[in-house]
Structure formats: structure tokens, C-alpha cells
Design a protein around this ligand. Structure first.
Ligand SMILES: [Zn+2]
Length: 231
């Protein structure tokens, strides 16, 4: 079942390694089949070197129950499922521990929009969530991680497709997109703009990006008046 989606999710997981945003098993990608109500996700703790499409795990969106695959799903599965349930526009989700994004997560800071590279992909600062409470960590930790991400986006009135990523405080980045490939792409871009922002802030802690430049760069690539690229 879901052979094409398994292959896409498998390849998207390997892409994280190829792009240098994941070492060991520090990341996971999933993709969803909305019509079937099923999510395909990386298995837990299986090395990327040996991983094959058939190693992907299929779980139910609503319950997380495994319906296909021989491994346990990623330990972060409940975070992915909560985000899919909260935002119907998401088709794929990626989680990494990429270094520069983590630096902002551990510092408890948004990744500020400081230049056009950021503005091309993220319409505004990339938020950092609040800390999870002791109870949220000790009970249903992964589910609560998804809930705090959704809470942050809603409180700030952020359309998840306009700002396709976040950093969870003291943890790291989650990104998403129309499908698994798009979520990986955003994970790589998020890590790159985090590195750019960190170095910018070292040189000039007061650096800012004017709103009209943010608007120009975001809207020339996204929305009804986009004109970047080929028609
Ligand atoms: Zn993690």
C-alpha cells in the first residue's frame, strides 16, 4: 500500500543527509495521504545507510496505530500527527537537529527575518515556541510538542504555508510544506537562513529588514502576483 508515498518519504529522509542537515538518526520526515487518512514516516532508530522504501512505517492519522511496516515509527510521530490534524494544508513534515536552527531554539529566540534570502521563503520571523511545562514533558511529550507548535502559530496568526517552519524551544526545528520534499527543502533553507541570521547578529545586533523588502521578496515568489521563475 502507498508505495509511491513510501518511496517519496524514504528519498526525502535521505535528502536530509545529502544536504548535510542530519547526522546519525537525528531527523525524520513524513508525508500524508489525506484521502486515506494515513501518514508515512521514517522508522525509529534505523540507520539512513541501510534504509529502503519498505522500511517506512504507515500509521493512522487519527490514532497513530501502525497499519503497515515492520518497524516502530519515529519517536516523534505524535508531533507530526498533531500538526497534520491541526493544519489541513500540510502535506509533509520534517524535523532535524540542524546546528544553527538549534542555536536559536536553545537561546529561546525567533529566527529574525534580516534579509532577502529569508524573505524569499518565510514571510516574517520564524517563531520560537514557548517552553513546554514539566507536566507537558512528562505526559504525552511528543503530542504536546505538536500542540505547542500549533498554539504558537495560532496565537501569532501565522499561516503555516507562509512561514513553513518553527523552532521548538530548547529542542529544534520542524518544517512543513505541500509534500515531504517541500518540507525537506524548507528544513535546508531554514538552517541556512538561521546561520545567516546568527552571523548577521554577531556583526550587528541591531540589524533589521524593512517590511517593504520582506513584502517584495516574498510576494514576487508566492501568491497571485508572483513573477519569479518561468511561467
Ligand atoms: Zn528532535
Amino acid at each position: 500500500m502507498l508505495e509511491a508515498l513510501k518511496k517519496q518519504v524514504w528519498n526525502a529522509n535521505l535528502e536530509l543527509v545529502r544536504r548535510g542537515v542530519v547526522i546519525y538518526t537525528w531527523g525524520n520526515v513524513s508525508g500524508i495521504d489525506r484521502s486515506a487518512g494515513l501518514v508515512v514516516i521514517k522508522p525509529s532508530g534505523v540507520s539512513y545507510d541501510a534504509m529502503q522504501p519498505d522500511d517506512m512505517v504507515v500509521v493512522e492519522l487519527e490514532t497513530g496505530a501502525r497499519v503497515d511496516g515492520k518497524w516502530n515509527p519515529s519517536s516523534d510521530t505524535q508531533t507530526h500527527l498533531e500538526l497534520y490534524r491541526a493544519f489541513s494544508s500540510l502535506g509533509g513534515i520534517t524535523h532535524t537537529h540542524s546546528v544553527h536552527a538549534i542555536a536559536f531554539a536553545q537561546a529561546g529566540r525567533d529566527i529574525p527575518a534580516l534579509g532577502t534570502t529569508h524573505a524569499d521563503y518565510f514571510y516574517g520571523d520564524i517563531p520560537c515556541t514557548r517552553s513546554l511545562t514539566q507536566e507537558e514533558v512528562q505526559t504525552a511529550y511528543e503530542l504536546n510538542t505538536g500542540k505547542v507548535i500549533a498554539e504558537t502559530l495560532r496565537e501569532r496568526s501565522i499561516d503555516p504555508l507562509a512561514v513553513p517552519g518553527i523552532v521548538v524551544r530548547n529542542h529544534g526545528p520542524f518544517t512543513w510544506g505541500a509534500d515531504a520534499d517541500a518540507s525537506v527543502y524548507h528544513a535546508v533553507v531554514l538552517e541556512t537562513v538561521a546561520e545567516m541570521a546568527l552571523k548577521t547578529l554577531l556583526l550587528n545586533p541591531e540589524a533589521v529588514l524593512p517590511q517593504f523588502v520582506l513584502d517584495k521578496h516574498y510576494f514576487r515568489k508566492h501568491g497571485p502576483n508572483a513573477y519569479y521563475g518561468q511561467k
